[in-house]
Design a protein around this ligand. Structure first.
Ligand code: ZN
Length: 583
């Protein structure tokens, strides 16, 4: 079956009649045409599918109150609407192809293709530069947020002559369409996606009726309102305040739903994509975070940098919440799954209310088991394998996030002016900051172990798990901040003699006695670069440590068949739908 070319063209043409009506009645739906065929063999499609390991993600519903279950049941329905909306945003014909395949998948190749279209929310491969799975046509940079024939230049030229329309055009919540005169027009999401948003709003209102938690109810109602008015400000503020209610009937539900990230708009990064994350708060981990938070000032006071660079009170700005996910939909479910997010993106809300960071613990566990454990088995000295565990991994994730809030924020630049670190470090900032968060995360963990706040035996598990984690991140490539940061850490630690490579076994190990000293040395380098806004220092650090050594290259090649990410199977959501639906 190697060269089994598969025609989708005929299938789509055949079904054109029944779907054509719906497809073109969606507002602004430019005339669609799906032509061509996939040149991909069944083997290739299967290999693409194998990059995502099916993993069950859920919670223990016995721990969830009946009241919350009723809320969740309505929220799942609202979340389903986000799937439809994001399908429509990601491409003009993805949803139609998906529905066609769903109804008519008969052969194995159909079924694998269907799964890939579902994972990618369309026919473009998100793990391979958006290469099409069907046909040859490339994915438009502006997805379906702009007219397909509109160029960047046309958009910019239009705004130069229509200054008054700028806000509406660059708004995250509008779609740009061709007007009758051939010019450009903006249409608010609330109009463009009216039917879907009305449906979602009603489900949110149904959920609001089920809860006694005032903060939750306030958010659900203001978000429903935003779906109808296109004004998201109040509901974004209310989202930051979720879980502030302390009275009877306090809810554990964490719900993120609406248009958020702008990455799908690769033309301008203006337009927000719809998504939903539905989960419940993890009380144990949240308590641990609360404990760590009480040490923030002490940690800052002991950071390995000069006293004058210390920056107190910064970490409190962005509270962290640990959540177990029950269901996700839309943008966040496409391709690689989200483990952590920091919202809202609206700077006005950040200024007025701050932001909130959410870590998804059960998703992190699923990823840990699907890829980190198999990676560890192939690259680590077997003696370390017993020490690779999820608690240590999640501890790293938590401390990484806490550490983003430690260290320099606004600094005095070399010319004496006050600037934000990211402005001073320009394009090197994300790499340096991610590297800092990793290394300070380690430093913080060992500090808290010495204080007796974290258990002594965690130390060795952190070292072993961190080493495997470096390979997991380097796999994602060094063209991206996290991958490059991990490469810098690897090379620095190896140069300083705290990571060893055994040429005979081709395995890596950690030198425990040297580890803390290495971490502190790199932390000092990074913090000093940030505190002094040393752009050239950042560049030379990246230059020196940002190269892939031969042994890493060889190791990464041995990892190629290990899944890159997971495809979540939401068991608790299925159970809720099944059991609540009967009532
Ligand atoms: Zn980070």
């Amino acid at each position: 079956m190697k060269r089994n070319a598969y025609y989708v063209g005929w299938l789509v043409v055949l079904l054109w009649a029944c779907v054509h009506h719906r497809a073109t009645t969606s507002k602004g739906g430019d005339k669609m045409e799906v032509k061509g065929r996939t040149d991909l063999s069944l083997e290739t499609l299967k290999a693409k599918r194998a990059r995502f390991k099916d993993v069950t993600v859920g919670v223990d519903l016995k721990e969830v109150s009946d009241e919350d279950k009723r809320v969740l049941w309505h929220l799942l329905k609202a979340a389903d609407v986000m799937d439809i909306l994001f399908f429509k945003q990601a491409s003009r014909d993805g949803l139609m192809i998906y529905e066609d395949l769903k109804r008519n998948a008969r052969t194995e190749i159909d079924r694998v293709l269907l799964e890939l279209v579902e994972i990618n929310f369309g026919i473009f491969d998100r793990l391979d530069h958006f290469k099409p799975l069907i046909g040859k046509k490339e994915k438009p940079l502006g997805a379906s947020f702009y007219p397909e024939d509109m160029t960047k230049e046309e958009f910019e030229a239009f705004l130069r002559t229509h200054e008054d329309k700028k806000d509406a055009f660059v708004s995250p919540y509008t779609v740009i369409v061709r007007g009758k005169d051939g010019g450009l027009e903006s249409v608010p999401y609330s109009e463009f996606y009216r039917d879907e948003l009305e449906k979602a709003a009603r489900h949110l209102e149904d959920a609001a009726r089920e809860t006694r938690d005032e903060a939750l109810r306030r958010f659900l109602l203001s978000r429903a309102e935003a779906f109808r008015t296109n004004d998201y400000f109040q509901s974004e503020c209310d989202w930051v305040d979720l879980h502030s209610y302390k009275g009877e009937g306090k809810s554990a539900v964490e719900i993120t739903i609406g248009p958020y990230e702008v990455y799908e708009d690769r033309l301008f990064n203006y337009k927000a994509s719809f998504e939903a994350l539905v989960g419940v708060v993890d009380e144990v981990e949240s308590a641990k975070l609360g404990l760590v938070a009480s040490f923030l000032d002490e940690l800052e006071a002991n950071l390995p940098i000069e006293g004058r660079y210390k920056n107190f009170g910064r970490g409190q700005v962005s509270p962290i919440l640990v959540v177990n996910l029950i269901y996700s939909s839309g943008d966040t479910k496409a391709g690689v799954q989200t483990t952590a997010y920091n919202l809202p993106n609206d700077e006005r809300v950040r200024e007025a209310k701050g932001s909130k960071k959410v870590l998804l613990k059960n998703v992190a566990r699923a990823k840990f088991e699907a890829s980190l454990v198999p990676i560890a088995r192939r690259v680590l000295d077997p003696k370390l394998l017993d020490f690779v565990d999820f608690d240590a991994y999640f501890n790293d994730v938590l401390m990484h996030e806490v550490s983003h809030g430690l260290g320099p924020g606004i600094i005095t630049a070399q010319d004496g002016s006050k600037v934000q670190v990211n402005v001073a470090l320009k394009e090197t900032y994300s790499t340096i900051e991610e590297c800092k968060a990793d290394v300070l995360g380690l430093w913080t963990s060992f500090y808290l172990i010495r204080k007796g706040v974290l258990p002594q035996e965690l130390g060795k598990r952190i070292m072993a798990t961190m080493l495997a984690g470096l390979f997991r991140s380097m796999r994602f490539g060094v063209s991206e901040a996290h991958g490059l940061a991990n490469l810098i850490e690897f090379n620095f630690f190896k140069d300083e003699g705290c990571i060893l490579f055994d040429e005979n076994t081709a395995r890596f190990s950690v030198v425990e006695e040297k580890f803390c000293r290495c971490v502190e040395a790199l932390a000092r380098r990074l913090l000093t670069i940030e505190a002094t806004g040393d752009y050239h220092g950042a560049k030379s650090l990246i230059e020196k440590y940002g190269r892939i050594p031969v042994e890493v290259e060889q190791a990464l090649r041995r990892l190629e068949d290990i899944p890159v990410d997971i495809k979540p199977i939401y068991s608790s959501a299925e159970e809720l739908r099944r059991t609540m639906g009967r009532e």
